[in-house]
Design a binder for this molecule. Structure first.
Ligand SMILES: Cc1cc2nc3c(=O)[nH]c(=O)nc-3n(C[C@H](O)[C@H](O)[C@H](O)COP(=O)(O)OP(=O)(O)OC[C@H]3O[C@@H](n4cnc5c(N)ncnc54)[C@H](O)[C@@H]3O)c2cc1C
Length: 391
């Protein structure tokens, strides 16, 4: 029997958040999907109720409780409620911590309270048309002047790209062209030369705005440099273990939902006079997946516990990301198969589970990149096909 460890307070937090989702978020998801973007109100409503950014200190409006399990609850519940494409976690826990981790007091005081309340929405922009897995290949660049940097370039596939008020933009900043010399800039809505391109149409996660961003001679004040110039690449790598843990928690919850939806369906649907659940093929498939889900949950919960005491390694986070994202895709695939034709229809939620799942093995570091990280750990750098310092 899988034992999961949450405190009484966390159980109450889960109940309250679940109710919040049911009333304030879930009823709007379909119209947000049609619009291709979540209404900004969603962030404000979550902010009002204290569910948006729970981790910052009380002085910034947060709960000041660093226990990752609160975040785990938010991600699990949001995903299980089929609201993963609200993308609150990208704002709250993936991008938000960059401010406290690398930002100065003045930046935190100016920006964090609005992020906690939901008035300001966050995004992070690394990927470019010619640079995804290979971040060092980016072309976006900034040149230093007396009181500002001049930023030029473009980014693509940026989550919350249309809604974002503050975008952390990674750009090359070395006049000598060292590919790993990057700086992170806090680019704000309204800065001259900062423009949004298309809100891109996607296979899944339809409510989430994924956009192109353009920077044409954007004058970024020095006060908007995040951390030290030149250390951006290192900062991005530092956040990756946490980012992959966030991902793993969500992918697993999505996989769990697909399994539950399928279990319910196969008990109701009949063929040859019997429920689909009565066929041994169905039972064996579901039994295999049930086992894999429980194993994955135990590993992810262990990663959360390790993260809470500062001991989650990049390699374990990569294993968690790899296993859960692949499992999410697999459970959705089996789920659609066991639904038959119904599984291909929009009106059956398993269909969306399938199209939403595929991106999990690609972003936040693809499965191939995760395998490089894991094999580098047991083989060492000598066996790498080329000099990879990017992951
Ligand atoms: C919905 C969505 C949201 C996103 N949100 C954001 C965001 O908010 N911010 C942001 O910056 N980016 C975002 N991205 C971009 C995402 O992180 C990249 O798409 C991802 O990193 C992969 O990069 P790529 O698309 O350039 O693929 P590529 O890097 O071109 O990879 C193509 C294929 O080659 C494989 N490959 C690459 N290198 C190797 C190697 N060394 N060995 C073996 N195989 C390799 C990859 O695994 C993949 O299968 C988002 C993407 C999507 C689709």
């Amino acid at each position: 029997m899988l034992h999961r460890s949450f405190t009484e307070e966390q159980h109450m937090f889960r109940d309250a958040y679940r109710k919040f989702l049911a009333v304030e978020i879930v009823p709007h998801m379909e119209s947000w999907r049609e619009a291709g973007i979540v209404d900004r109100e969603a962030f404000l409503r979550a902010g009002e109720r204290g569910f948006l950014m729970v981790w910052p200190d009380e002085v910034y409006g947060g709960m000041g409780d660093p226990d990752f399990r609160f975040e785990q609850i938010i991600i699990e519940e949001t995903t299980y409620a089929r609201a993963a494409d609200w993308y609150n976690t990208l704002h709250s826990r993936l991008v938000g911590p960059y401010l406290t981790r690398f930002g100065n007091e003045q930046q935190c005081q100016r920006m964090l309270p609005g992020c906690v309340s939901g008035e300001k929405i966050l995004a992070i922009a690394m990927t470019e048309p010619d640079a995804g897995s290979d971040l060092a290949g980016m072309r976006c660049a900034a040149t230093e002047y007396d009181d500002h940097w001049l930023l030029n370039g473009s980014k693509v596939y940026i989550s919350n790209g249309i809604n974002a008020d503050i975008v952390i933009v990674a750009a090359k900043t070395d006049p000598d062209n060292n590919p790993h010399h990057m700086t992170l800039f806090l680019v704000e809505r309204g800065m001259e030369g900062f423009e949004r391109g298309r809100n891109l149409k996607k296979m899944g996660l339809k409510a989430q705005d994924t956009a192109e961003l353009f920077f044409n001679d954007v004058k970024v004040p020095k006060a908007n440099v995040l951390g030290e110039p030149g250390k951006g690449f290192h900062y991005l790598m530092e956040g990756l273990a946490e980012e992959r843990l966030l991902g793993a928690v969500g992918y697993l919850s999505a996989a769990q939902l697909s399994w539950d939806l399928t279990l319910e369906f196969v008990q109701q649907r009949k063929a040859f006079g019997k429920p689909i659940a009565a066929f041994q093929n169905t039972q064996f498939k579901l039994a295999e997946l049930r086992t894999e889900l429980d194993f994955a949950q135990a590993f992810v919960d262990q990663c959360v516990a390790a993260f809470n005491v500062g001991k989650l390694t990049a390699v374990d986070a990569a294993k968690a990301k790899l296993a859960t994202s692949e499992l999410q895709v697999k459970v959705a695939d089996v789920g659609v198969q066991l639904h038959g034709g119904a599984g291909y229809m929009d009106e059956y939620p398993i269909s969306r589970q399938y199209t939403d799942a595929k991106i999990s093995t690609i972003y936040a570091g693809s499965s191939e990149v995760m395998k490089i990280i894991i094999s580098r750990d047991f083989l060492g750098e000598d066996y790498l096909p080329f000099n990879i310092r990017n992951f």
